[in-house]
Structure formats: C-alpha cells, structure tokens
Design a protein around this ligand. Structure first.
Ligand SMILES: C[S@@+](CC[C@H](N)C(=O)[O-])C[C@H]1O[C@@H](n2cnc3c(N)ncnc32)[C@H](O)[C@@H]1O
Length: 332
C-alpha cells in the first residue's frame, strides 16, 4: 500500500462518511474506506481503480459534481496544481474538513502552508516519511476556472511562432523543455501518414508536426488529463486539428503508425520511473508499420539505444547537445 494511504489509515476514524480522495494512488485504500470516492486525472490509476472499485472514481480535470463532506488531497508534484486542487476542494467545503497528505521528499511541509488561506492548519500525523495535515475551512474561496490558470507562450519555429497553452501540473509548465527544443530542430524528413506524439504534455511536438505537415494525421497521447486538456488548448490556439487521447502507455495507442515522436517520461510524480518508456520501446514495433520510424529525445545518460536496437531495429543518433540526444530507428 502507498505510504500516504497507510498514514491515512492510522487515523481511519477521521475518514468515515462521504470523503473525496483526490489524486489517490491505485491501491486498496477505497476498499478500507467504503464510503469514500476518488477523483483521479491519471488514466492508469483510474483504470486500476475502476477495475477494483467500479463506479467509485471520477476522472477528469474538474472536481466531481456530486457533493462530498470532506476531502483529502494527495500532494501532487507541482505547486500550481496543488493550488488549483486546494481551491477546487476548499470552495466546496465551507465549515468542513480538508486534509493534505504527502511525502516529505515531495515537500509536504512547505505545501501545508498553502492551506493557511482557508483557516488554521494543523499537522495530525507524521509517519512512513509522510505527513498528514488538516484544516477546517473557515474561509471558502471562490472556485477558480482551470483555463484562467493556463500559461501561454510562443515557440519560434519555421513558419512563425507556435502558441503553446499549458495548464497547472503539465510537464515544463510555461516554457519549452530543452530536450523538446532539440527534438523540434530534428522533425524534418519524418515519414508522412499517421504520427503519434507519445506523452504529448502541452502538445508542443504534435502541434508543430501538424502545422508543418497539414496532410499528416496526428494522434497525441498522454496519461494525464491535465496534459491532454492542454494539448487540446494548444491545438485550438493554432487552429489545428488532431486526435487527442488520454490513456496509459503505448498500449492505448493506435496501430499501423508511420511514426512515433516522443520526449518520453522518466518520472511518476516525484519518483523516477522508466516503466512507460521501456514498455514503449519494447512494443513500438507492434504499433508501427514496417519501415515506420521512432524518433525520440532523451537525456544522454539514459541507455535507450540498446533497448531500441533489441526490439525495433538499427538506432542512430541524429543530433546531440546540452545533455540530450535525438535517436531515430526504423522498424526492420
Ligand atoms: C517528458 S514529458 C514530454 C511532454 C511533451 N511531449 C513535451 O515535449 O513538452 C513526458 C510526458 O509523458 C507523459 N506520461 C507519463 N507516463 C505516461 C504513460 N504511462 N502514458 C502516456 N504518457 C505518459 C507525462 O504526463 C508527460 O506529459
């Protein structure tokens, strides 16, 4: 069980009644708190929770419309996402309890200060390298519209600036990542046809390809509903159309692709996690046509080349700089 869930269960008496578990891990916690419901924006966690506890978890970037009497927020990695979620919860909890649980290494001590606009925050427990905080909401805020928290920036590309819209919690929020910038310098001579932007984040890569090659079909895929909402906003801001899918990993992607373009993930929250990328490298051939191409940027220290060669075909370094490498490999 996730250590944050273990800390909640040490205080299980506090969590009876209709409770909203926000950003909950995919573990047995709903089984131990039978009246609790979940709110998730991670497609993988959501699918696992649905399979074990059908109908008990809401999916999306907005809080569920059904009422709840108290809420727990599992501290996310990004401070501005924490702000959005605390606002969304506190605006519905006048006079009621709001809890925040998180790991010390995720910055729970500092994040607890984000509770102070709502009332006097108290630390209830500290165990398993986690802390649990609570506030009775005395000053419920007005709910803030998610879109009003978007950051807008332009990327200079051949053909003029590309507008990017990123929502709280999305990778490289409000700026272009250096690895993605290097990949954008290397998007010429991609096979035409159907391209997948794997782990699309705010949609920078897929939107750039679609604008440059309007005849191509582009699919954007991310596990995070805030990322896919951002990708939709980025496409709209540039008058572009593409398919946007919220799903977990390459298994959720279409087949018969001509190309996969990606700056793939190596984190889940604050933890290093290569699972989604290793699965992509192992299974890319099942999703690419014969002769289809994988083009990927990664930190130079990551040893992806041998995995790509073992599963797809000869892998060449197309470009290198500032600690990143762009790889290309065709399905043999
Ligand atoms: C390094 S970021 C790249 C984002 C974007 N392509 C860019 O260049 O700015 C990796 C992205 O992969 C997404 N991701 C993580 N795990 C995933 C999974 N299992 N399936 C699909 N996307 C995933 C993350 O949410 C994140 O948006």
């Amino acid at each position: 069980m996730d250590p944050r869930s273990e800390v909640l269960l040490r205080q299980a008496d506090l969590f009876q009644g209709s409770l909203l578990l926000t950003g909950l891990p995919a573990d047995d916690l709903p089984g131990r708190l039978p009246d609790a419901r979940g709110w998730s924006w991670h497609a993988g966690d959501f699918a696992a929770l649905q399979a074990r506890f059908p109908g008990r978890t809401h999916f999306g970037t907005e809080a569920p419309v059904e009422p709840f009497e108290a809420a727990v927020l599992f501290l996310p990695k990004a401070k501005d996402l924490t702000d959005y979620l605390l606002n969304a919860l506190a605006s519905r909890l006048q006079g009621r309890e709001l809890f925040l649980v998180g790991e010390k290494r995720a910055g729970i001590e500092a994040a607890a200060r984000q509770l102070s606009p709502f009332g006097r925050a108290r630390k209830l427990d500290s165990a398993r390298h986690c802390q649990l905080w609570q506030v009775t909401v005395e000053y419920a805020p007005q709910a803030v519209e998610l879109d009003s928290l978007a950051k807008h920036f332009d990327i200079d590309l051949d053909g003029g600036p590309l507008k990017v819209v990123s929502l709280p919690g999305v990778f490289s929020h409000g700026r272009l990542d250096r690895g993605s910038a290097l990949l954008l310098e290397n998007i010429d001579r991609l096979p035409s046809g159907h391209l997948l932007d794997f782990g699309c984040g705010a949609g920078v890569l897929g939107a750039a390809v679609k604008r440059r090659n309007p005849q191509m079909t582009v699919t954007m895929l991310d596990v995070d509903a805030f990322a896919t909402a951002s990708s939709r906003l980025t496409l709209a801001a540039n008058g572009l159309e593409a398919e946007v899918l919220t799903g977990d990993g390459i298994d959720a992607a279409p087949e018969h692709l001509d190309a996969i373009l990606t700056n793939p993930p190596f984190h889940t929250g604050v933890h290093t996690d290569y699972a989604a990328t290793e699965n992509l490298l192992r299974k890319a051939r099942e999703h690419l046509k014969k002769g289809g191409e994988l083009r990927l940027v990664a930190n130079s220290f990551l040893r992806y080349q041998p995995i790509i060669e073992a599963h797809l075909g000869t892998c060449a370094i197309m470009s290198e700089g500032q600690g990143f490498r762009v790889y290309r490999a065709k399905r043999a």
